[in-house]
Design a protein around this ligand. Structure first.
Ligand SMILES: [Zn+2]
Length: 463
């Protein structure tokens, strides 16, 4: 067992009072983004890992030995989901960071399936603190791209994270193999050609798996590939032309059920900060510039260093320069997509430069409100029940309803008044297990200690 996993097990052993048979959060304002409802003065009762009752706060006594948590003056929302992370890159140490930030679910978008499956089963068994995990396993990539990455000799263990495909039959075989492994969805990042992209989409559909990809074709091609989600809004080509045409297209996309996975929080490091500032932040081990820097280390930071150097590449500079010019048009498209009824997901692409596991999702939520004018209620929905809807599993998690998974975040301040209040975390319930503020701080301190004591030497494989 790696040192980090061992540490994480020990850290959990130090957290007390975590799992009760019955827990009641009393007198709390319940916010259910799926139904857009706000119910003040409710008592939410959880048995094991399920919500079993939501009732008006009354004097009716609670069952004996119920673990009581006062919600007076506080707000209860479903656990948040980060819909685009790279867990193998972020490492095991990221798992408690998600929970400490109220992120009780992640959609992993390209990892070593065996490694993630081990973490997932340990989390489910209560041996490891971490989020609910949905994973694609390895991501599909054009074979030429995989070969180029290996030639360039980056520190990434390329073959563990990517499957190269050169033609439609490769693509189908890769999807069938991932399906046998037990992945939750397919992720494709690059494609050798349109035919392979379409074949992958068709095979994913045959295997009953949602298909997530970068915008690897024009909108009609994305529809033909039966794409379930487009990753990174900025990958979507800006569409000009008459408003009526755009509107008709976006309505068609909405009817197809395709989601837009927004990772605009990436833009800070990629577009807003000069290289020298990015480098200063990556090197700031003590977290003087950004306290979140103290919680990351090892392979993840080594990968960031490489990514930071890429920012100096003239081609990259040119690409981001032209993207920056298109941004207003792309953002207008996104608002139009939202108006047309396309569903969004909130994502950070954790693994990418200066994205802090768990922490950065809150910045993404703020940006969805500030840049795209989404309401806080819409943004909460995007970060909770929309992910369940992506998998067709709304009956199981992502909402504040009886029978749903007890993945909950208790907030001191109203997130509907200001979306930044999602950071005012008083406690988190993950699979029915309650972490009060002190327990969350214990998790954070533990991660900080490991991070500060030489985890820099760990390769991705033992993280
Ligand atoms: Zn990604």
């Amino acid at each position: 067992m790696s040192r980090i996993l061992l540490f994480l097990f020990l850290a959990i052993a130090g957290i007390t009072g975590a799992w009760a048979q019955t827990t009641a959060i009393t007198d709390v304002t319940v916010i259910n983004p799926r139904t857009r409802s706000v119910l003040p003065h409710r008592t939410v009762i959880v048995e094991r890992d399920r919500i079993v009752e939501i009732r008006p706060n009354s004097r009716r006594p609670l069952a004996p030995r119920t673990n009581r948590i006062s919600g007076t003056g506080k707000f209860l929302i479903p656990g948040l989901w980060d819909a685009h992370v790279h867990l193998t890159k972020a490492g095991a140490l990221s798992l408690p960071l998600f929970v400490a930030n109220g992120v009780t679910g992640v959609r992993d978008m390209g990892s070593d399936f065996k490694e993630v499956a081990v973490w997932r089963s340990q989390i489910e068994a209560g041996k490891l603190v971490g989020p609910r995990i949905k994973t694609s396993g390895q991501m599909l990539e054009s074979r030429a791209n995989v070969e180029r990455m290996k030639r360039e000799g980056t520190i990434e263990p390329v073959d563990r994270l990517r499957i190269g495909v050169a033609n439609p039959s490769d693509g189908r075989a890769a999807v069938a193999r991932l399906s046998r492994e037990g992945v939750d969805h397919i992720k494709m990042r690059t494609t050798p050609d349109l035919e392979t992209f379409l074949a992958v989409g068709d095979e994913a559909k045959r295997q009953g798996l949602p298909f997530a990809a970068h915008a690897l074709a024009a909108p009609e091609g994305l529809l033909a590939a039966k794409l379930s989600s487009v990753e990174h809004f900025f990958a979507f080509p800006p569409l000009g032309g008459p408003l009526e045409e755009r509107r008709a297209l976006f309505q068609k996309i909405a009817r197809s059920g395709m989601f837009m996975s927004d990772t605009r929080v990436n833009l800070d490091a990629l577009l807003s900060l000069p290289y020298s500032e990015v480098k200063r932040r990556v090197d700031d081990t003590a977290g003087k510039l950004d306290p979140r820097r103290k919680y990351v280390c090892g392979y993840l930071v080594a990968d960031w260093r490489e990514q930071a150097e890429e920012l100096k590449d003239p081609d990259t500079v040119a690409a981001y320069g032209s993207f920056r010019k298109q941004l207003p048009e792309i953002e207008r498209n996104l608002r139009e997509m939202h108006e047309a009824g396309i569903k969004f997901l909130a994502s950070t692409d954790t693994g990418v430069l200066l994205m802090y596991p768990g922490f950065s999702l809150h910045d993404e939520l703020r940006k969805l409100v500030r840049d795209l004018n989404f309401t806080p209620m819409e943004v909460l929905r995007i970060a909770t029940s929309n992910v369940a809807a992506f998998y067709g599993e709304e009956a199981h998690y992502g909402t504040m309803e009886v029978g749903e998974a007890a993945d909950l975040v208790l907030l001191d301040s109203d997130p509907l008044a200001d979306i930044q209040n999602t950071k005012t975390i008083r406690g988190v319930m993950a699979r029915g297990r309650w972490f009060n503020r002190a327990a969350l701080d214990t998790l954070l301190r533990g991660v900080e200690q490991v991070s500060g004591s030489g985890c820099h030497a760990l390769p991705a494989s033992s993280n």
